[in-house]
Design a protein around this ligand. Structure first.
Ligand code: G1P
Ligand code: ZN
Length: 540
């Protein structure tokens, strides 16, 4: 039985760079999730009889929304739903399943690295048939629909069993409950030299992987311990919990400090890594050395040919604008294209689909390749392991040799979280207004070479995305970038990104090396005065 339920619109359902993200109580309002899901379906065309993939990172409210989504997919005419057992699919695994089974698209339920629980965050994102996040054209159409929606369709299915791997029929639609790990593990095995990595572990190599009680736990257990022979216990906090154990599943130096401390400690394993709530981010800390994400991207790109999946070399490298220029130097040496995109993974999709880029990355701990259309935390970890296994050097040696060859881009991001939104917007608009007057001015010994508001011209579809972050570039190659986060759920988050390139001075302390630049950014943008803060909430 299919019901048409009358509803009234909510006005706050604008999907951002990572879909619709709100606090759980907002999502729990009457028809809130249903309105959004119906709006997604209404914004799409031609899916009758086709397949929809559904899965999430297991956070609080995941199971409820999966039930609704299955019943609504049946009522709206999808032919089949593929859902991860227990409602689980990491974001990169969902992307893979969409691609592998040629699905029409997928609903990915997650709020990524944001905390989970009854009062924390939830999210719904729609991914298209290439496995990647929906482009702006579709998210705009979804948003328009949410403002006009009058009814939604839902099948009366009763509770559907998503906990047993099996195929069955629900209201005339096929439901295929799949093992969430298997397809992903097979994909990884096709890209990397599992034999070489197995030999590395068999030789006594020790590793720590912190799943932060989020979705990558089952993936890491299966791939690292079962398939690659890493010691039992290599994967820590591997049981996905609805509230991530009360922690913030964001793999950075603040929220994964225990991993950092262990890796800097006397009995540190050889290699350490962590991933976020939905498994698309990665943090790499080797014994005694933190590898900043922008550097990790550059090092992976420089060595990717050592893994079977990339032995033909890279077609190009893409990075988000605020990500450091370390990868640019690798692209230059390899003689391949380098693309600078706005923040957010969706901008990489066209470049990957067009075969212009093979590896992409963001400073926010996201790295990935053309194997899926999302960033992929475990993929980055496995590529590192493959490189370590082939080069037979430590991660520290690899990093130091890399810097000796290419120079070093000292880099840091300062986040001011939960800032008053009006104050944050004022800061950005005042800075924007004075961009033209900055050129040639000297601040703390640094001369401004260029200042602009980044606009991206997509080389594939010609679309233009404006206001993607304000850049101030100084003579000598230093720069800072200011932009407002598109993923925070309370107040505004102001991000300041600072970068300084050094050809030969390779062992400076990062924050010290950047101190003048940070001061100059404050002088120019008035960060302290606008935010009323005298220091950032998080430094990475
Ligand atoms: C943040 C990161 C960005 C990433 C996004 C989704 O977005 O900065 O690189 O793509 O999360 O994981 P922001 O909050 O800065 O808009
Ligand atoms: Zn994520």
């Amino acid at each position: 039985m299919i019901r048409t339920v009358e509803t009234t619109p909510y006005t706050d359902q604008k999907p951002g760079t990572s879909g619709l993200r709100k606090k759980v109580p907002v999502f729990q309002q009457k028809n809130y999730a249903e309105n959004f899901i119906q709006s997604v379906f209404d914004a799409l065309e031609g899916f009758a009889g086709k397949t929809l993939v559904i899965g999430g990172d297991g956070r609080y409210f995941n199971r409820e929304v999966i039930q609704k989504a299955i019943a609504m997919a049946a009522a709206n005419g999808f032919g089949k739903v593929i859902v991860g057992q227990g409602g689980i699919l990491s974001t990169p695994a969902a992307s893979n399943v969409i691609r592998k089974y040629k699905a029409f698209g997928g609903l990915v339920l997650s709020a990524s690295h944001n905390p989970g629980g009854p009062h924390e965050d939830f999210g719904i994102k729609y991914n298209i048939g290439n496995g990647g996040p929906a482009p702006e054209k579709i998210t705009d159409a979804i948003f328009a629909r949410t403002k006009a929606i009058k009814s939604y369709k839902i099948a009366e299915t009763g509770e559907v069993d998503i906990d047993t791997v099996k195929t069955f029929d629900v209201a005339g639609m096929t439901v295929d409950v799949i093992d969430p790990v298997k397809d992903y593990a097979e994909l990884m095995e096709s890209l990397f030299d599992f034999g070489a990595i197995r030999a590395l572990f068999a030789g006594g190599f020790r590793m720590r992987f912190d799943a932060m009680h989020a979705v990558t736990g089952p993936y890491a257990k299966e791939i690292l311990e079962n398939r690659l022979g890493a010691a039992n216990g290599t994967a820590r906090n591997f049981r996905p919990l609805e509230d991530f154990g009360g922690h913030h599943p964001d793999p950075n130096l603040v929220h994964a400090k225990h991993l950092y401390d262990e890796m800097m400690g006397p009995n540190a394993p050889d290699f350490g890594a962590a991933s976020d709530g939905d498994g698309d981010r990665n943090l790499i800390i080797a014994k005694g050395i933190f590898i900043p994400p922008s550097d990790s991207l550059a090092m992976l790109a420089a060595n990717a040919h050592l893994a079977p999946g990339y032995k033909a070399g890279l077609k190009g490298i893409a990075r988000s604008m605020p990500t450091s220029g370390a990868a640019d130097r690798v692209a230059e040496k390899l003689g391949v294209g380098m693309y600078e995109t706005p923040t957010g993974w969706k901008f990489f999709g066209n470049l990957l689909d067009a075969g212009m880029a093979t590896i992409c990355g963001e400073e926010s701990a996201g790295t990935g390749s053309d194997h899926v259309r999302e960033k992929d935390g475990l993929w980055a970890v496995l590529l590192w392991l493959n490189i370590l296994a082939v080069r037979k050097e430590s991660a520290r040696q690899i990093a130091e040799k890399h810097w000796a060859t290419f120079g070093r881009n000292y880099y840091s991001r300062h986040d001011y979280e939960e800032v008053d939104s009006d104050a944050a917007n004022r800061l950005v608009s005042e800075l924007r207004e004075k961009l033209d007057t900055l050129k040639g001015t000297k601040v703390r010994g640094l001369t401004v070479e260029k200042a602009d508001d980044f606009a991206y011209h997509d080389p594939v579809d010609g679309s233009i995305s404006e206001h993607q972050g304000i850049r101030v570039l100084f003579e000598g190659g230093s720069r800072f970038v200011v932009r407002l986060s598109g993923t925070g759920t309370s107040g505004a988050t102001l991000r300041l990104y600072v970068e300084r390139y050094e050809k030969d001075r390779l062992d400076l302390d990062t924050q010290e090396a950047l101190a003048d630049l940070i001061g100059a950014a404050d002088d120019i943008a008035g960060i302290r005065s606008h935010t009323g803060r005298n220091k950032p909430s998080v430094i990475t």
